[in-house]
Design a protein around this ligand. Structure first.
Ligand code: 13P
Ligand code: 13P
Ligand code: MG
Ligand code: MG
Length: 370
C-alpha cells in the first residue's frame, strides 16, 4: 500500500518593506533556517519558503496529516521567529497576522492562512501552489470553478473520460460558518448562484466523484479561507489567500489549471483592503505590490511531489501571460480613475471592518430627519 503524504501551505504576513510591499530577505532567511533544522531533525520531509508580496509562504511536505499540532506548531514557531526579526529591523506591520499570543495546537483562527491536503500519491504527482497578495479567499472562486467545471477552460472535461463525470465542490458560507457539498456538472448553476457572491461563499475544497480513478475522499484542490477581521474584530490587513491544486491523470492538465488565470478578473482587496481591482498573474520576481499597494497579484509555484519536493517552477514567468498582465494594467488604470467611488471602492457593507465607520461616526449627530 502506498503511504499517504500531506502538503501544507501555511502563510502569514509577519511584516514587510517598505509598507505592505514585499517580504524582506533577512526574514525569509530566518524562515528557511528554522525549516532546514526541522528537515534535518526528520520532523518534515521537505520544504520551500516563498513570498507573494508581503506574505511569507511556507510549503511543507510531511506525513503528519492535516491539522497536525506538530506541523502547525512548526509554522507558528517560524512566524514568531520571523516576527522577532521583523521587529528588530522595524519592518512595517511586524507580526501583522499573528493575532494570538500563545499557540494552542492549531494555527487556524490565530491569523495565518492554511491550505493543506493529505492524499495517496499517484505514480507522478504534479501540484501547483497558488499564492495571492492584496485580496481575499473568494478571489479563488472564479479560477477554481473554471479549472474543474468550465469546459471552455478545461478541454479535459469534454475529451477525457476520466474527467467527464465532473467533481464535487465543498463550498463554505464564511459568514454563517456552514458548508455544502455540490456536484458538477449537474448542479453547476446552483454552485454559481452561491460562489458568485465571493465575499461570503467560498470554494474550500474540490473532490473527485465516487467511482473514478482517484479516491473520492481525498481532495484535489484546497483553498485557505481564514478571515482576519473575524478573528481580530477589525481591519488588520487582507486575508491574502493561498491554494493547492493537483493536476494531470484524471484531473485538469497543468496548462488547464493555469489557463484559469488568463482572465484578470476583479477581486476585492488592493489599497487598504478596500478596493476592487484586477488579479494579475506574475512571476515570483514581480510579486511585489507597488501601484496603489497593488494591483492584487497571484504567483504559481509548480512542483512534482515525490520523495521530496521537486521545484518550484515559476509558472507565470512566461510571455504567454503578458497579454493578461497588459489587460490587468488597463483595468487597473480604468478602476483607479474612479478614485473614492464605488465600484472601485468596496460597497458600504464590505467597509464595515475598515477605518471608514470611524470617519462617518463624527457626522452622526448632524443628520436630520427628512
Ligand atoms: P503529453 O502528451 O506531452 O504528456 O501532454 C498531454 C497533455 O495532457 C497536455 O495537456
Ligand atoms: P496586506 O493585507 O497585504 O498586509 O495589505 C494591507 C493594506 O492595507 C494594503 O494597502
Ligand atoms: Mg501587510
Ligand atoms: Mg499581504
Amino acid at each position: 500500500m502506498v503511504e499517504k503524504i500531506t502538503v501544507s501551505l501555511i502563510k502569514a504576513d509577519i511584516g514587510s518593506c517598505p509598507g505592505h510591499a514585499v517580504v524582506y530577505e533577512e526574514t525569509l532567511e530566518v524562515a528557511k533556517s528554522v525549516l532546514e533544522e526541522k528537515k534535518q531533525n526528520g520532523d518534515i520531509i521537505d520544504y520551500r519558503v516563498l513570498n507573494c508580496g508581503d506574505d511569507t509562504e511556507l510549503i511543507m511536505l510531511h506525513k503528519e496529516g492535516v491539522d497536525s499540532e506538530k506541523i502547525h506548531g512548526i509554522a507558528w514557531e517560524v512566524f514568531e521567529k520571523c516576527t522577532a526579526k521583523a521587529k528588530e529591523l522595524k519592518l512595517y506591520g511586524a507580526g501583522q497576522d499573528l493575532l494570538k499570543d500563545a499557540f494552542s495546537g492549531n494555527v487556524r483562527g490565530m491569523g495565518p492562512g492554511v491550505a493543506e491536503m493529505e492524499f495517496t500519491p499517484r505514480k507522478s504527482e504534479p501540484l501547483i501552489a497558488f499564492m495571492m497578495d492584496k485580496t481575499e479567499p473568494g478571489a479563488f472562486n472564479l479560477p477554481i470553478f473554471r479549472m474543474f467545471a468550465d469546459p471552455f477552460n478545461t478541454a479535459g472535461l469534454v475529451i477525457d473520460p476520466a474527467l467527464h463525470n465532473g467533481f464535487v465542490f465543498e463550498i463554505w458560507d464564511i459568514m454563517e460558518h456552514k458548508r455544502v457539498f455540490m456536484k458538477t456538472p449537474e448542479e453547476m448553476y446552483d454552485i454559481l448562484a452561491l460562489i458568485g457572491g465571493k465575499s461570503r461563499f467560498v470554494i474550500k475544497r474540490v473532490y473527485p466523484k465516487e467511482g473514478g480513478k482517484l479516491p473520492a475522499d481525498e481532495p484535489v484542490a484546497v483553498v485557505s479561507t481564514e478571515k482576519l477581521y473575524q478573528i481580530a474584530g477589525e481591519y488588520v490587513g487582507k486575508d491574502d489567500p493561498v491554494a493547492l491544486v493537483r493536476a494531470q491523470s484524471g484531473l485538469p492538465a497543468v496548462g488547464e489549471v493555469l489557463e484559469a488565470f488568463a482572465f484578470p478578473h476583479l477581486v476585492s482587496g488592493w489599497m487598504r483592503g478596500s478596493h476592487n481591482g484586477p488579479l494579475m498573474p506574475v512571476p515570483f520576481r514581480y510579486a511585489k505590490c507597488t501601484r496603489f499597494d497593488g494591483p492584487p497579484r497571484v504567483i504559481a509555484a509548480g512542483f512534482q511531489v515525490g520523495d521530496r519536493l521537486i521545484g518550484p517552477v515559476d509558472m507565470f514567468d512566461d510571455p504567454a501571460f503578458d497579454y493578461t498582465r497588459q489587460k490587468a494594467q488597463e483595468i487597473a488604470e480604468y478602476m483607479r480613475r474612479h478614485g473614492p467611488f464605488e465600484p472601485h471602492r468596496l460597497p458600504h457593507e464590505d467597509m464595515e471592518y475598515t477605518t471608514l465607520p470611524k470617519v462617518l461616526e463624527k457626522l452622526e449627530d448632524r443628520f436630520e430627519k427628512i
